[in-house]
Structure formats: C-alpha cells, structure tokens
Design a protein around this ligand. Structure first.
Ligand code: ATP
Length: 275
C-alpha cells in the first residue's frame, strides 16, 4: 500500500486544475468561537467552473469555514480573495452581491413564506428584473416541483423539496460561486442522487463554481473535481477526487472499504507536517 501524501501548500502537492486562475483563495484562515479555535490555518482554492468538495468528520470545521467565506463569521487571521478582490471581513449581504451564495446546513427556508417569496428573498440584492425572471424560470426547470408549489408555504414542503428550494434560492442571486453545506442531510439515497445530478447540471450549464461540504463522501467525490480533507480545523489532504478515491485512508475512513489488516488510526496522523 502506498503512503498518503500530506497536504499543505507545497509545490509537490496537487492543486485544483481547471481554468488558470483561482476564483476563491483562502490563505491561512483562522476562525474561532470566542476562545474555541475552530479553523487553524486553512489555505484552499476553488477555480472558476470547478466543483470542490470539503470532507471531514463531525466538528472538523467545515461549516465554520463556509460561514467564514460567506461573511457570517469574521476570520481571526488570514485572508480571503474572491475574483481578484480581498473580501476578508466583508459583510455577508455584500458577499452575496459580490457573487457568492450560501446554501446553509439544514436549508433554513422561511417556513411561513411561500415558495415564490422564498425564491424572491434570494434575489433581494438584484435590480435586474429581467435577469431575475430568467433565473426564476431556470430554477423552475431544475426543480419543477417548486413551480407546482410556488404559492404554498415553504414549511409544508418535504425535506427534499426544502433542499431544492434552498438551492434554487441561492441561484436567484445569480452567483458565480455557491457554497453548499450538506445538501444530502436527511434525504433518502434516491433523492440524494437526484439533488447531486442537479448540482452537476447547475455547474455544467452555467460554469458556476461550487464548494461542497458533504458527509456522503462517496457521492461528493464522484461529483467534485477536487477535494480537501479537513480534521480538527486543518486541511490534512488535498488532491483530485479521482486520486483521493484511490487512497487507502480515504477508502477506509470515508468510503467504508475495509483494507487488509487493521489500522487503528489514520495514516496522515502519523505524518503530521502542519504547524
Ligand atoms: P458537522 O459535520 O458536525 O457540521 P463541521 O465540520 O461542520 O461538523 P463545525 O460545525 O464547523 O464542524 O464545528 C467546528 C468546531 O467548532 C467544533 O468543535 C464545534 O464544536 C465548534 N463550534 C461550532 N459552532 C459553534 C458555536 N456556535 N459555538 C461554539 N463552538 C462551536
């Protein structure tokens, strides 16, 4: 079995392929809840048109990282660049205007508003009415059930339909990049497949970049181009998804494929090179 390379920014480590320049670049980000450091020096990038996945066990810091990018939390250290602009510490409403939409964990739709009103909340920063109408039609093409239910209260939708609504609402902001936090949470395997097929379509049709946090590592690695593995607030591995799926530790700890012999701990833990 081959050794797992450890990942910190270094010339020998793979970086996301795709178009030439990174659309989003995080450099040494640290974020904390009061005294609790949740992100401990994360650097990553997402190129234009890419799907990048961020995997990690519970509490690794994935949600916190997405919140830091979307301006819900300010980083304690480090910088975030988006479309060649420093957006570190920018307010979340301005982050949306700059082209980043966040589909939060647990959907967070407005249950008392109708489906249509929820969708329009996604477009609240926009002035281009024709563009909004076009994007609404496109969102309904991806999720026809939302058109059927457009005048119903969002709280009456099933979990899967609420997830569709949360993604469609993000599209109504016409983003260049979508941050998705656990889109499969609470969904059946069949619905998860359907949602991921649409995520791929959204990426292909419009070239929107997607940063995808997901517990279902198999579907995430099959969907994304590039992946980062996070543990205890740090990136411990990064590579193309095709290569990640070949790695013993990923197979064992994320894909549930048993290796011969028993290993009690992840190999990358034995090779810590981070500070
Ligand atoms: P999960 O898959 O369970 O959502 P995660 O990788 O998204 O996990 P985070 O939710 O980002 O992890 O949490 C990272 C760390 O920050 C954890 O140790 C968690 O306990 C802590 N944390 C998260 N939210 C808060 C909060 N509001 N206040 C204090 N600590 C928090």
């Amino acid at each position: 079995m081959t050794d797992i390379p450890i990942t910190l920014p270094s010339t020998s480590v793979a970086t996301p392929s795709g178009s030439d320049h990174a659309l989003l670049t995080l450099t040494n980000i640290e974020s904390a809840y009061g005294p609790v450091k949740a992100i401990r020096g994360v650097s990553l990038e997402v190129k234009k048109g890419q799907i990048v996945t961020l995997l990690g066990s519970n509490g690794a810091g994935k949600t916190t990282l997405l919140k830091t990018i979307s301006g819900i939390m300010d980083p304690v250290r480090g910088s975030i660049e988006f479309a060649n602009e420093d957006i570190t510490g920018v307010e979340s409403s301005d982050i949306v205007k700059k082209g980043i939409s966040h589909v939060p964990e647990g959907r967070e739709v407005f249950p008392l508003l109708t489906v249509y009103e929820n969708l329009m909340m996604g477009a609240y920063t926009r002035k281009d009415r024709d563009g909004v109408a076009r994007d609404l039609e496109q969102a309904y093409r991806y999720f026809p059930i939302l058109k059927e239910r457009e005048s119903q209260a969002a709280g009456l939708l099933s979990g899967g339909q609420q997830q569709m609504l949360a993604i469609a609402r993000a599209l109504l902001a016409d983003p260049q990049m979508i941050l998705m936090d656990e889109p499969s949470l609470g969904l059946s395997p069949k619905l998860t497949k359907e949602i991921f097929a649409i995520i791929r379509m959204i990426n292909r049709d419009s070239g929107r970049s997607i940063l995808l946090v997901e517990q279902n590592a198999r579907i995430a690695l099959q969907t994304a181009d590039f992946g980062y593995i996070m543990e205890n607030g740090r990136i411990v591995m990064q590579d193309t998804c095709a290569r990640l799926m070949q790695k013993d530790d990923i197979q064992e700890f994320y894909l549930g494929i048993k290796q011969e012999g028993v290993r009690a701990e992840r190999r990358w833990k034995k090779k810590k090179t981070w500070r």
